[in-house]
Ligand binder design. Structure first.
Ligand code: GCU
Length: 515
């Protein structure tokens, strides 16, 4: 098949159930909306009466309304009940951003480019043709149109800043290492937090991923240094004045499962993504993107209208924040190649959501990552853009103008013109194992689109004699599938859970022969 058409509309039970679920969800939304309207009205009435009681005019208000004192108390109670109702009805169990398409029947017809047809029209029939010709072409397509070109790798330097051989109750060795990303001590840095199992025979395989809230948020261990980088303020007190506080310690522990990873014999390596680039539209000004710029294309003239989220003179294919974060992961890998206790040939890179997009882009560019894992990465990650289900190219470029290169904005509301789709990003991992995970309530990230990407990357794995996903239908909830390409849709929300980690550890157990 030279062209991959969109899957038929209603052929499978899976699809039918999904549509039914979407309809029920839409109905639930309407009921909730109407209920909210009524309860708000009721609150207005009750508040009008009971507010007067706070003015000390209870008797006056009651007598004017000819109400007895118990009736006034009754109104107070009624108001409380109404407030409770509003709270209950306001809990949106789906919590999906509004205004997006969540209806499978509204997915447009689309055509996916075939990863096995080269730009010159040749059909790619062998693994070596793939490696020599097609892989590079696809990588370039992603550089030019989506994530931008990254600069050449730098030569890092590093310094260990702390060490403890009896962390996690003696189970692990904990190290902190500052990586000088450009090799200069006065240049940008990234602080790595490393846990290495004490029981396992070293060097050990490892999981590497960027975290959202600082290394100190990954585990409750009070000796982990607080993140030094800019972080978004948080009303829970974990970040004030854009600086981390002790209140954030262990805040993301459920997403990292440090003890579980250590017990299974793996090291865990992480750094905060804001070390590499603060995650906001002006972040490039203080990030690695302010000191490292990819070479400008020949004869390039900056456009009159400065790009958003990038330096004013940025080329339209210059790297964005995702490119910068992925660059950081590769520099962490440079460090791991020099870390004697970690087996650098067995490092799995993983990430959640925007950091899942980042892990995929890092894995696509840097083949030293032996396994690549995308957790709920959605638009610009594992989900097919051309489906326009949940988040779209326009939405992501508008909310996060700094994530991708300027050229990606050409595809706002214009996904049909994309000369690629995300199944081709997954195919760039071949023949290495790759895992795509979705969550059932995370429609914004388009679970089905994530599954289809994994599915349509399969022909490339077949070139290597590998089975790939090994199923033709989207599996049911909590039923992991796949061999070299893994996939699951977990029950629950957009998150990384113990269940997700369990599958990633199983995948690593299958593919990494532990020493
Ligand atoms: C937003 C964004 C997603 C992203 C997510 C996250 O929801 O629209 O594309 O994956 O944030 O990173 O948590």
């Amino acid at each position: 098949m030279s062209i991959l058409a969109s899957p038929p509309r209603n052929p499978s039970a899976v699809l039918a159930t999904e549509i039914a679920k979407n309809k029920t969800a839409a109905l639930a939304r309407h009921v909730r909306f109407i209920a909210q309207g009524f309860t708000h009205l009721a609150i207005e009435v009750a508040t009008f009466v009971s507010l007067r009681s706070h003015d000390g005019c209870v008797v006056d208000a009651a007598s004017r309304l000819e109400l007895s004192r118990p009736a006034v108390y009754g109104l107070g109670m009624w108001r409380s009940i109404c407030i409770l109702l509003v709270v209950v009805f306001s809990i949106d169990t789906e919590a999906q951003p509004a205004g997006a398409n969540y209806d499978e029947s509204k997915v447009p017809e689309y055509i996916l480019p075939d990863p096995l047809i080269g730009l010159d029209g040749t059909t790619i029939k062998t693994a070596s043709q793939w490696q020599k010709q097609r892989r590079g072409e696809i990588l370039k397509l992603f550089e030019s149109n989506v994530y931008g070109r990254s600069p050449e790798a730098t030569k890092i330097r590093f310094k260990q800043t702390s060490g403890e051989t009896k962390a996690l109750g003696g189970k692990a060795t904990r190290r902190e290492v500052t990586v000088f990303l450009t090799g200069k001590e006065d240049g940008p840095t990234m602080d790595l937090l490393i846990f290495i199992p004490n029981k396992a025979k070293r060097p050990v395989p490892a999981f590497l991923g960027l975290n959202f809230a600082g290394n100190h948020a990954v585990d409750t261990d009070p000796w982990i240094s607080l993140a030094r980088c800019w972080l978004p303020n948080n009303r829970d007190g974990s970040v004030t004045n854009n600086r981390a506080t002790d209140a954030g310690r262990g805040k993301e522990a459920s997403r990292w499962q440090v003890e579980k990873v250590i017990d299974r014999g793996y090291a865990l390596v992480t750094a905060c993504y804001c070390d590499i680039e603060p995650d906001h539209a002006e972040g490039y000004k203080t990030s690695i993107r302010s000191v490292l710029r990819p070479e400008k294309p020949k004869g390039f003239n900056p456009s009159a209208e400065p790009p958003k989220g990038a330096p004013a003179d940025a080329a339209p294919d210059e790297w964005g924040a995702i490119g910068a974060w992925a660059f950081g992961l590769s520099r962490a890998m440079d460090y791991l190649e020099q870390e004697k206790d970690i087996d650098e040939k067995h490092v799995a890179v993983l990430g959640h959501s925007r950091l899942g997009k980042t892990a995929l882009w890092a894995g696509a560019q840097d083949e030293r990552f032996a396994i690549v894992i995308s957790n709920d990465s959605g638009e610009g990650g594992a989900a097919l853009s051309k489906r326009r289900f949940g988040e779209t190219v326009e939405r992501i470029n508008t909310s996060f103008p700094h994530w991708f290169c300027t050229n990606f904005k050409k595809y706002n509301n214009n996904e049909g013109e994309l000369p690629l789709d995300q199944h081709m990003l997954i195919s760039l991992m071949a023949p290495r194992p790759v895992y795509v995970a979705s969550a059932q309530e995370d429609l914004w990230a388009d679970p089905k689109g994530e599954f289809l990407s994994a599915k349509h990357a399969e022909p490339v794995y077949k070139l290597f004699g590998l089975e790939g996903l090994g199923v033709s239908e989207m599996p049911g909830t909590n039923q992991p599938v796949g061999k070299t390409i893994g996939y699951h849709i977990r029950s629950g929300k957009h998150d990384v859970t113990e269940y997700d980690w369990e599958q990633y550890l199983n995948l690593a157990d299958r593919h990494f022969v532990k020493k």
